[in-house]
Design a protein around this ligand. Structure first.
Ligand code: NAP
Length: 277
Protein backbone atom coordinates (compact mmCIF):
# COMPACT_ATOMS: atom_id res chain seq x y z
CA UNK A 1 0.00 0.00 0.00
CA UNK A 2 1.20 3.49 -0.88
CA UNK A 3 2.48 5.91 1.75
CA UNK A 4 0.12 8.87 2.22
CA UNK A 5 1.48 12.32 1.37
CA UNK A 6 -0.05 14.07 4.36
CA UNK A 7 -0.61 17.74 3.56
CA UNK A 8 -2.37 18.51 6.84
CA UNK A 9 0.54 17.37 8.94
CA UNK A 10 3.06 19.37 6.91
CA UNK A 11 0.76 22.41 6.94
CA UNK A 12 0.59 22.33 10.73
CA UNK A 13 4.37 22.03 11.00
CA UNK A 14 5.11 24.88 8.57
CA UNK A 15 2.45 27.20 10.00
CA UNK A 16 3.77 26.65 13.55
CA UNK A 17 7.27 27.63 12.34
CA UNK A 18 5.88 30.64 10.49
CA UNK A 19 3.97 31.81 13.56
CA UNK A 20 7.14 31.69 15.63
CA UNK A 21 8.90 33.77 13.01
CA UNK A 22 6.08 36.32 12.71
CA UNK A 23 5.92 36.61 16.52
CA UNK A 24 9.43 38.07 16.39
CA UNK A 25 8.39 40.85 13.94
CA UNK A 26 7.65 44.25 15.40
CA UNK A 27 5.44 45.12 12.45
CA UNK A 28 3.25 42.38 10.93
CA UNK A 29 2.66 41.52 7.27
CA UNK A 30 -0.71 42.66 5.89
CA UNK A 31 -2.52 40.56 3.32
CA UNK A 32 -5.43 42.18 1.49
CA UNK A 33 -7.87 39.84 -0.25
CA UNK A 34 -10.29 41.26 -2.80
CA UNK A 35 -13.50 39.31 -3.30
CA UNK A 36 -16.00 40.37 -5.95
CA UNK A 37 -19.52 38.92 -5.95
CA UNK A 38 -21.06 36.15 -3.90
CA UNK A 39 -19.62 32.92 -5.27
CA UNK A 40 -20.11 30.55 -2.28
CA UNK A 41 -16.94 28.52 -2.98
CA UNK A 42 -14.88 31.74 -3.19
CA UNK A 43 -16.38 32.95 0.08
CA UNK A 44 -15.28 29.73 1.80
CA UNK A 45 -11.75 29.96 0.32
CA UNK A 46 -11.40 33.61 1.35
CA UNK A 47 -12.68 32.87 4.83
CA UNK A 48 -10.14 30.05 5.25
CA UNK A 49 -7.32 32.28 4.07
CA UNK A 50 -8.30 35.00 6.54
CA UNK A 51 -8.64 32.59 9.45
CA UNK A 52 -5.31 30.92 8.72
CA UNK A 53 -3.53 34.26 8.33
CA UNK A 54 -4.89 35.58 11.61
CA UNK A 55 -3.97 32.37 13.44
CA UNK A 56 -0.29 32.92 12.66
CA UNK A 57 -0.22 36.68 13.23
CA UNK A 58 -0.65 38.05 9.70
CA UNK A 59 -3.02 41.02 9.44
CA UNK A 60 -5.74 40.00 7.03
CA UNK A 61 -8.19 42.38 5.39
CA UNK A 62 -10.98 41.14 3.13
CA UNK A 63 -12.49 43.70 0.79
CA UNK A 64 -15.93 42.55 -0.38
CA UNK A 65 -17.20 44.10 -3.59
CA UNK A 66 -20.66 43.60 -5.10
CA UNK A 67 -21.08 41.64 -8.35
CA UNK A 68 -21.77 44.82 -10.35
CA UNK A 69 -18.45 46.49 -9.42
CA UNK A 70 -16.75 47.98 -12.49
CA UNK A 71 -13.27 47.04 -13.66
CA UNK A 72 -12.20 50.67 -13.20
CA UNK A 73 -13.30 50.66 -9.55
CA UNK A 74 -11.18 47.58 -8.91
CA UNK A 75 -8.20 49.02 -10.79
CA UNK A 76 -8.44 52.18 -8.67
CA UNK A 77 -8.46 50.11 -5.47
CA UNK A 78 -5.47 48.02 -6.58
CA UNK A 79 -3.58 51.18 -7.43
CA UNK A 80 -4.36 52.52 -3.96
CA UNK A 81 -3.22 49.26 -2.31
CA UNK A 82 -0.03 49.20 -4.41
CA UNK A 83 0.85 52.63 -3.00
CA UNK A 84 -0.11 51.82 0.59
CA UNK A 85 3.04 50.96 2.55
CA UNK A 86 0.99 49.16 5.19
CA UNK A 87 -0.19 46.61 2.60
CA UNK A 88 2.46 43.98 1.87
CA UNK A 89 0.47 41.38 -0.10
CA UNK A 90 -2.53 41.56 -2.44
CA UNK A 91 -4.69 38.67 -3.61
CA UNK A 92 -7.62 38.91 -6.00
CA UNK A 93 -9.87 35.90 -5.51
CA UNK A 94 -10.72 34.24 -8.83
CA UNK A 95 -12.99 33.81 -10.68
CA UNK A 96 -14.05 37.42 -11.28
CA UNK A 97 -17.45 38.33 -12.77
CA UNK A 98 -17.47 38.03 -16.58
CA UNK A 99 -17.58 41.80 -17.24
CA UNK A 100 -14.19 42.25 -15.53
CA UNK A 101 -10.97 41.29 -17.34
CA UNK A 102 -8.99 38.97 -15.07
CA UNK A 103 -5.83 39.83 -17.02
CA UNK A 104 -6.26 43.61 -16.57
CA UNK A 105 -6.81 43.19 -12.84
CA UNK A 106 -3.91 40.79 -12.24
CA UNK A 107 -1.59 42.91 -14.41
CA UNK A 108 -2.34 45.93 -12.20
CA UNK A 109 -0.94 44.33 -9.01
CA UNK A 110 2.55 45.43 -7.99
CA UNK A 111 4.71 42.27 -8.57
CA UNK A 112 6.28 42.82 -5.14
CA UNK A 113 2.81 42.46 -3.57
CA UNK A 114 1.60 39.72 -5.94
CA UNK A 115 1.17 36.96 -3.36
CA UNK A 116 -0.19 34.44 -5.91
CA UNK A 117 2.76 34.98 -8.28
CA UNK A 118 0.33 35.48 -11.18
CA UNK A 119 1.44 38.87 -12.57
CA UNK A 120 3.21 38.85 -15.96
CA UNK A 121 6.43 39.95 -14.21
CA UNK A 122 6.46 37.00 -11.82
CA UNK A 123 5.16 34.55 -14.43
CA UNK A 124 7.73 35.81 -16.94
CA UNK A 125 10.55 35.38 -14.44
CA UNK A 126 9.41 31.83 -13.72
CA UNK A 127 9.12 30.93 -17.40
CA UNK A 128 12.53 32.37 -18.23
CA UNK A 129 14.14 30.27 -15.51
CA UNK A 130 14.77 33.25 -13.22
CA UNK A 131 13.53 33.73 -9.68
CA UNK A 132 10.14 35.45 -9.31
CA UNK A 133 9.32 37.31 -6.09
CA UNK A 134 7.15 34.33 -5.19
CA UNK A 135 6.04 31.08 -6.85
CA UNK A 136 2.34 30.26 -7.43
CA UNK A 137 0.84 28.63 -4.35
CA UNK A 138 -0.46 25.25 -5.52
CA UNK A 139 2.69 24.22 -7.46
CA UNK A 140 4.85 25.48 -4.60
CA UNK A 141 2.80 23.41 -2.13
CA UNK A 142 3.20 20.30 -4.28
CA UNK A 143 6.98 20.68 -4.36
CA UNK A 144 7.09 21.23 -0.61
CA UNK A 145 5.05 18.08 -0.07
CA UNK A 146 7.33 15.99 -2.30
CA UNK A 147 10.44 17.40 -0.58
CA UNK A 148 9.03 16.59 2.85
CA UNK A 149 8.92 12.92 1.83
CA UNK A 150 12.37 13.10 0.20
CA UNK A 151 10.88 12.38 -3.22
CA UNK A 152 13.52 13.40 -5.72
CA UNK A 153 12.25 14.54 -9.14
CA UNK A 154 15.60 15.24 -10.82
CA UNK A 155 15.92 13.00 -13.89
CA UNK A 156 12.45 11.54 -13.31
CA UNK A 157 9.60 11.58 -15.78
CA UNK A 158 6.98 13.89 -14.31
CA UNK A 159 3.60 13.81 -16.07
CA UNK A 160 1.30 16.73 -15.31
CA UNK A 161 -2.33 16.52 -16.39
CA UNK A 162 -3.89 19.97 -16.77
CA UNK A 163 -2.32 23.15 -18.17
CA UNK A 164 -4.09 25.94 -16.26
CA UNK A 165 -2.24 29.07 -15.22
CA UNK A 166 -2.78 28.27 -11.57
CA UNK A 167 -1.47 24.71 -11.58
CA UNK A 168 -0.17 22.89 -14.67
CA UNK A 169 1.73 25.63 -16.48
CA UNK A 170 3.70 27.06 -13.55
CA UNK A 171 4.24 23.57 -12.14
CA UNK A 172 5.79 22.43 -15.43
CA UNK A 173 8.38 25.20 -15.17
CA UNK A 174 9.09 24.53 -11.51
CA UNK A 175 9.59 20.84 -12.30
CA UNK A 176 11.98 21.78 -15.12
CA UNK A 177 13.90 23.91 -12.63
CA UNK A 178 14.18 20.77 -10.51
CA UNK A 179 15.64 18.93 -13.53
CA UNK A 180 12.64 16.69 -14.08
CA UNK A 181 11.71 15.49 -17.58
CA UNK A 182 8.26 16.99 -17.93
CA UNK A 183 5.24 16.01 -20.03
CA UNK A 184 2.13 18.19 -19.84
CA UNK A 185 -1.17 16.57 -20.87
CA UNK A 186 -4.56 18.23 -21.43
CA UNK A 187 -7.95 17.59 -22.96
CA UNK A 188 -6.50 17.15 -26.47
CA UNK A 189 -3.88 14.61 -25.40
CA UNK A 190 -4.22 11.30 -27.21
CA UNK A 191 -3.60 7.97 -25.48
CA UNK A 192 -3.33 9.50 -22.02
CA UNK A 193 -2.88 6.16 -20.29
CA UNK A 194 0.13 5.28 -22.48
CA UNK A 195 1.80 8.46 -21.25
CA UNK A 196 0.80 8.11 -17.61
CA UNK A 197 2.08 4.51 -17.62
CA UNK A 198 5.59 5.91 -18.17
CA UNK A 199 5.37 8.46 -15.33
CA UNK A 200 7.58 8.25 -12.27
CA UNK A 201 5.58 11.10 -10.76
CA UNK A 202 2.06 11.88 -11.93
CA UNK A 203 0.28 15.07 -10.94
CA UNK A 204 -3.35 15.42 -11.93
CA UNK A 205 -5.12 18.80 -11.92
CA UNK A 206 -8.26 18.31 -13.96
CA UNK A 207 -11.34 18.25 -11.72
CA UNK A 208 -12.69 14.98 -13.14
CA UNK A 209 -12.30 11.35 -12.24
CA UNK A 210 -9.66 10.41 -14.83
CA UNK A 211 -6.97 8.30 -13.12
CA UNK A 212 -7.51 4.65 -12.46
CA UNK A 213 -4.87 2.47 -10.81
CA UNK A 214 -3.74 -0.49 -12.84
CA UNK A 215 -4.81 0.83 -16.22
CA UNK A 216 -2.90 4.09 -15.98
CA UNK A 217 -0.10 3.85 -13.44
CA UNK A 218 3.35 2.32 -13.35
CA UNK A 219 4.16 0.23 -10.30
CA UNK A 220 5.88 2.32 -7.61
CA UNK A 221 5.05 5.73 -9.11
CA UNK A 222 4.22 8.80 -7.01
CA UNK A 223 0.68 10.16 -7.41
CA UNK A 224 -0.27 13.73 -6.52
CA UNK A 225 -3.97 14.50 -6.82
CA UNK A 226 -4.75 18.21 -7.16
CA UNK A 227 -8.32 17.86 -8.40
CA UNK A 228 -11.18 18.43 -6.01
CA UNK A 229 -14.85 18.22 -6.87
CA UNK A 230 -18.14 16.73 -5.68
CA UNK A 231 -19.23 13.51 -7.39
CA UNK A 232 -22.86 12.67 -8.23
CA UNK A 233 -23.45 11.46 -4.65
CA UNK A 234 -22.15 14.74 -3.23
CA UNK A 235 -18.92 13.18 -1.96
CA UNK A 236 -15.75 15.28 -2.16
CA UNK A 237 -13.20 13.52 -4.31
CA UNK A 238 -10.11 13.97 -6.44
CA UNK A 239 -9.09 13.02 -9.99
CA UNK A 240 -7.60 9.72 -8.85
CA UNK A 241 -9.41 6.52 -7.91
CA UNK A 242 -7.68 6.32 -4.54
CA UNK A 243 -8.45 2.68 -3.83
CA UNK A 244 -6.96 1.22 -7.01
CA UNK A 245 -4.12 3.77 -7.27
CA UNK A 246 -2.92 3.29 -3.68
CA UNK A 247 -2.31 -0.42 -4.44
CA UNK A 248 0.11 0.45 -7.24
CA UNK A 249 1.75 3.74 -6.25
CA UNK A 250 4.57 4.11 -3.73
CA UNK A 251 3.21 7.46 -2.48
CA UNK A 252 -0.18 9.08 -2.97
CA UNK A 253 -1.79 12.32 -1.84
CA UNK A 254 -5.38 12.04 -0.55
CA UNK A 255 -8.29 14.35 -1.32
CA UNK A 256 -9.05 16.07 0.94
CA UNK A 257 -5.92 16.43 3.09
CA UNK A 258 -3.15 16.41 0.46
CA UNK A 259 -2.54 19.35 -1.86
CA UNK A 260 -5.35 21.58 -0.53
CA UNK A 261 -3.72 22.32 2.87
CA UNK A 262 -0.39 22.90 1.08
CA UNK A 263 -1.88 25.59 -1.16
CA UNK A 264 -2.97 27.71 1.79
CA UNK A 265 0.35 27.03 3.53
CA UNK A 266 2.19 28.37 0.47
CA UNK A 267 0.01 31.47 0.51
CA UNK A 268 1.15 32.16 4.08
CA UNK A 269 4.78 31.49 3.16
CA UNK A 270 4.47 33.84 0.18
CA UNK A 271 2.93 36.55 2.36
CA UNK A 272 5.94 36.38 4.67
CA UNK A 273 8.41 36.25 1.76
CA UNK A 274 6.92 39.42 0.22
CA UNK A 275 6.99 41.14 3.62
CA UNK A 276 10.69 40.40 3.85
CA UNK A 277 11.58 41.95 0.45
P1 NAP B 1 -8.99 24.22 -15.21
O1 NAP B 1 -8.50 25.59 -15.42
O2 NAP B 1 -10.40 23.87 -15.53
O3 NAP B 1 -8.03 23.22 -16.00
C1 NAP B 1 -8.32 21.86 -16.14
C2 NAP B 1 -7.29 21.24 -17.04
O4 NAP B 1 -7.64 19.88 -17.23
C3 NAP B 1 -7.24 21.87 -18.44
O5 NAP B 1 -5.90 22.07 -18.83
C4 NAP B 1 -7.92 20.82 -19.34
O6 NAP B 1 -7.42 20.77 -20.66
C5 NAP B 1 -7.56 19.54 -18.61
N1 NAP B 1 -8.50 18.47 -18.91
C6 NAP B 1 -9.85 18.52 -18.90
N2 NAP B 1 -10.36 17.32 -19.23
C7 NAP B 1 -9.32 16.50 -19.46
C8 NAP B 1 -9.18 15.14 -19.82
N3 NAP B 1 -10.23 14.37 -20.03
N4 NAP B 1 -7.95 14.63 -19.97
C9 NAP B 1 -6.85 15.38 -19.75
N5 NAP B 1 -6.89 16.68 -19.38
C10 NAP B 1 -8.12 17.23 -19.24
O7 NAP B 1 -8.81 23.76 -13.73
P2 NAP B 1 -7.77 24.22 -12.57
O8 NAP B 1 -8.18 25.54 -12.06
O9 NAP B 1 -6.36 23.98 -12.98
O10 NAP B 1 -8.15 23.13 -11.47
C11 NAP B 1 -8.09 21.75 -11.74
C12 NAP B 1 -8.61 20.98 -10.54
O11 NAP B 1 -7.74 21.21 -9.45
C13 NAP B 1 -10.01 21.41 -10.05
O12 NAP B 1 -10.66 20.31 -9.50
C14 NAP B 1 -9.68 22.41 -8.95
O13 NAP B 1 -10.72 22.52 -8.00
C15 NAP B 1 -8.45 21.78 -8.37
N6 NAP B 1 -7.56 22.71 -7.67
C16 NAP B 1 -7.22 22.38 -6.40
C17 NAP B 1 -6.35 23.20 -5.72
C18 NAP B 1 -5.97 22.82 -4.34
O14 NAP B 1 -5.36 23.62 -3.65
N7 NAP B 1 -6.29 21.59 -3.91
C19 NAP B 1 -5.82 24.34 -6.31
C20 NAP B 1 -6.16 24.63 -7.63
C21 NAP B 1 -7.03 23.79 -8.31
P3 NAP B 1 -7.58 22.01 -21.69
O15 NAP B 1 -6.54 23.01 -21.29
O16 NAP B 1 -7.32 21.39 -23.02
O17 NAP B 1 -8.98 22.52 -21.53
Amino acid sequence: MAIILDGKNLRDKILAELKEKIDTYEKKPTLVVILVGENPASQIYVNNKKKTAEKIGINSIVLNYPENTTEQELLNKINELNNDNEVTAILVQLPLPKHISKENIINAIDPKKDVDGFTPYNFGKLFSGEKPYVYPCTPKGILLLLKEYNIEVSGKHVVIIGRSNIVGRPLSQMMLNENATVTVCHSHTKNLSEITKTADVIISAVGKNIIEGEKMLKSGCVVVDVGIFKDSTGRTRGDVDFESASKIASYISPVPGGVGPMTITSLMLNTVELFEI
